[in-house]
Design a binder for this molecule. Structure first.
Ligand SMILES: Cc1cc2nc3c(=O)[nH]c(=O)nc-3n(C[C@H](O)[C@H](O)[C@H](O)COP(=O)(O)OP(=O)(O)OC[C@H]3O[C@@H](n4cnc5c(N)ncnc54)[C@H](O)[C@@H]3O)c2cc1C
Length: 455
């Protein structure tokens, strides 16, 4: 029996799981099955006290500390070898205050948890495209989703947060208190502490009009060129992004086309429902439609519509860039590599960054690319590890073709492990200030399993 682990158990309300315990193999898993690490201990925190105990334990023992929210990090930052995993997945409560239109969200909640709690009030805030992604990692890196043109990034809707710092202290941070730390956690990732709860501003959103529209790949150039002009000044209630996607075996897609690659537009009109059809018409008119699944639906239904394409246990390798301008040359890069999508789980999304995202100054939060017009992600995901070499090569070749026509930086949440060298480029003018905040709150770099800002 390890005395120190027993001491940790005494200090902790939640489960403390080691290799000797049942459930260890499940507890050490993260979403990306390419990551297979054996932590010394997994602390599944039940409350803020457990979080403080786990941070203190890692420091006292001189062990690596991995903090895990929704576990979607592609580089697998939510686990580590022979260190401490602080798993927040048992802390996912959401309390909605319909009067102030705010929600208090615990640090391990997913967007599905948030949607389920806010929808009955006809309220929402910007989350990601998939409902199983964690609020924690997504918000800390920025947060791009269906509602970001209208409501801003997820981090733009953050009003305050409870943060356990490297010293094991709990700070409540906002524009008024510890504003430097509040600034840094809005884009700077998990570098500065463990967020045990997030306070979000909500907005009226209940049912939306939208869904995916599939066009022939031959029309991909027309679709992208039309979209880049159209979305620049489309109404802010319209969230939409072009995607390259292999047709899954779904009833709305002609059976003989299942398994073929297409260009799609996924749309989400969050304004008055009866205007939805008219607002989406320009998108539906770009080219002949092969298949579509568009109509009114609850926002949480669209937000979970693609969950089944990205179950836990796939292999993941991603690359990403911002574009201030989606040039014809960049589009040519897409046209060259998108037809070679390797699996139905893989996708390329070209998310517009405009509307409310541009209302915030580049230095107002740590997320600096406020002049970008698109965030592109080449999301390689596939089931069989035997395909790893070939599929990683597809992502890298695709990236190599589009990177010369893109900004040097990309969205931190779409970055791979081998992108650590791009940190400064991802933050540009905000990087030095992030280093200063890191020095002030985590000079020993306790929180280093992330896209790391070194003190
Ligand atoms: C299938 C899929 C779909 C995605 N879709 C989108 C999308 O639509 N929009 C978008 O913006 N991004 C998207 N992402 C990227 C996503 O934002 C990042 O992977 C993000 O890091 C996931 O957060 P998480 O909490 O699930 O992950 P985790 O692996 O748990 O954590 C990721 C990082 O955040 C830190 N972290 C997490 N929670 C906390 C916390 N409470 N306190 C302190 N640090 C914390 C971790 O330490 C780690 O460094 C997607 C990712 C996947 C795999």
């Amino acid at each position: 029996m390890d005395e120190r682990i027993e001491q940790l158990r005494l200090r902790t309300r939640g489960a403390v799981i080691t290799a000797a315990d049942d459930g260890y193999d499940d507890a050490r898993k993260v979403h990306n099955a390419m990551i297979d690490r054996r932590p010394r201990v997994v602390v599944r925190a039940a409350n803020v006290g457990d979080v403080m105990a786990a941070v203190a334990y890692a420091r006292e023992e001189g062990l690596d500390l991995a903090v895990r929210g929704g576990s979607h990090s592609v580089p697998g930052f939510g686990t580590c070898a022979d260190g401490v995993v602080l798993d927040l997945s048992a802390m996912r409560g959401v309390r909605v205050d319909p009067h102030t239109e705010t929600a208090r969200v615990e640090g391990g909640a997913t967007w599905g948890d948030v949607n389920a709690a806010t929808y009955p009030f006809g309220l929402a805030t910007t989350g990601g495209i998939i409902s199983t992604t964690g609020v924690g990692g997504l918000t800390l890196g920025g947060g791009i989703g269906y509602l970001s043109r209208g409501l801003g990034l997820s981090c733009d809707n953050l009003l305050s947060a409870d943060v356990v710092t490297a010293d094991g202290e709990l700070l409540v941070v906002s524009e008024k208190e510890h504003d430097d730390l509040f600034w840094a956690i809005r884009g700077g990732g998990g570098n500065f502490g463990v967020i045990t709860s997030f306070d979000f501003r909500l907005r009226p959103v209940r049912d939306i009009y939208g869904g995916p529209i599939f066009f022939e790949l031959d029309h991909a150039g027309d679709v992208l060129r039309f979209f880049r002009e159209f979305i620049a000044d489309a109404p802010r209630e319209l969230g939409a992004f072009p995607a390259f996607q292999i047709a899954p075996p779904l009833p709305f897609i002609p059976e003989q086309r299942h398994g073929e690659p297409f260009v799609a537009i996924v749309a989400c009109w969050a304004g008055p429902l009866d205007e939805g059809e008219r607002q989406l018409r320009p998108l539906r008119d770009i080219a002949p439609i092969v298949a579509e699944h568009v109509g009114p639906m609850p926002y949480p239904a669209l937000n979970s519509a693609f969950d089944a394409l990205v179950p836990p246990g796939l292999q993941h390798y991603w690359k990403a860039n911002f574009n201030t301008e989606l040039t014809d040359a960049a589009i040519d890069g897409h046209l060259q590599h998108a037809p070679k999508l390797p699996a139905v789980n893989s996708t390329v999304h070209i998310y517009p960054i405009n509307g409310a995202c541009h209302d915030v100054a580049p230095d107002a939060t740590a997320f600096s690319y406020r002049d970008a017009t698109f965030a592109t992600v080449i999301a390689g995901m596939w089931p069989d590890p035997a395909d790893n070499d070939a599929n990683i090569e597809w992502v890298r070749d695709y990236y190599a073709a589009t990177a010369p026509h893109s900004e040097r930086g990309g969205y931190v949440n779409f970055m791979a492990e081998d992108d650590q060298g791009r940190i400064q480029e991802n933050y540009r003018g905000n990087y030095e200030r992030l280093v200063e905040v890191k020095r002030a709150y985590d000079a020993d770099n306790v929180f280093h399993l992330n896209q790391n800002i070194r003190p």
